[in-house]
Design a binder for this molecule. Structure first.
Ligand SMILES: [Zn+2]
Ligand SMILES: [Zn+2]
Ligand SMILES: [Zn+2]
Ligand SMILES: [Zn+2]
Length: 260
């Protein structure tokens, strides 16, 4: 049995006011009167109580660390908006989260993972940044670093990456390490740094220790050897541009202007 008002609505249609019929009390999913709900990312209809989800509020102030994952929580309702590997985040986010965490294991674990990222396939490797790696390495205590190095978990590529970014003092320590897998790489890196410094020294100073005094740039034709892409074995000549020190005669190469 329908009530009187239901019969009237059945015959003549409901008398809608917003989402609710003023005669029979039926509701419809239209014209709700949504109001914000404090502390939640939903609006609620003041008439029928229906919830309407609202976008969460993402803010870097509400990123947090969980192991080597980063989590973004909604600034309003604290719900998890996203979760991803920390190394996939922006450098600022990576460093801020690692600096503010009290979870030392997370810092070491991230560093270990980041040394892997440096040696991964291209799409992951491009996430690696040397300045970030150095900064994170600087957050590790000497003990934490040594524990990681001697954990036996680090691969050779990871060790190469690590020695490549180590500060000079740390590198000197690593050269003396009892594990040849570590000390060999550290010594190799030390030699490369010394070579680079020597080259820089030679390019900047005369043998007497005073700065070079370079004259005007000049060019010279140089034989650059066989062109490897040429069946006729034509030699490649290039126009080299130099400056020369008027005191010691040191020639500094500025660059090549290629010509076949
Ligand atoms: Zn009605
Ligand atoms: Zn409603
Ligand atoms: Zn929210
Ligand atoms: Zn000179």
């Amino acid at each position: 049995m329908k009530s009187g008002s239901e019969v009237l609505c059945f015959l003549f249609g409901c008398k809608w006011q917003g989402c609710k019929c003023t005669r029979c009390g039926k509701t419809r999913d239209q014209e709700h009167d949504y109001r914000p709900v404090p502390g939640r990312c939903v609006s609620k209809c003041a008439v029928c109580g229906k919830d309407l989800p609202q976008p969460h509020r993402e803010s870097p102030d509400h990123y947090e660390l969980s192991g080597t994952d980063a989590i973004a929580r909604c600034a309003l309702c604290k719900a998890e908006i996203w979760r991803k590997k920390l190394y996939l985040c922006e450098p600022d986010t990576i460093l801020t989260l690692l600096r503010s965490t009290s979870d030392r294991t997370a810092v070491t674990a991230f560093f270990f993972e980041y040394m892997n990222v440096a040696n991964a396939a291209y799409h992951e490797r491009r996430r690696y940044r040397k300045d970030v790696a150095k900064a994170v390495m600087g957050m590790l205590s000497h003990t934490e670093l040594m524990t990681l190095l001697h954990s036996g978990k680090m691969s050779h590529p990871q060790l190469w990456t690590l020695t490549g970014i180590a500060e000079d003092e740390v590198l000197a320590d690593l050269c003396e390490d009892s594990d040849p897998a570590i000390s060999d790489k550290a010594r190799h890196e030390t030699r490369m740094r010394e070579d680079m410094r020597r080259r820089l020294q030679e390019e900047t100073f005369c043998p007497d220790g005073n700065p070079h005094e370079f004259g005007e740039p000049f060019t010279e034709w140089e034989d650059r050897g066989f062109r490897d892409d040429d069946d006729m074995k034509a030699r490649e000549w290039a126009l080299a541009e130099y400056v020369k020190c008027s005191k010691c005669g040191f020639k500094k190469l500025l660059g090549y202007k290629k010509r076949g």
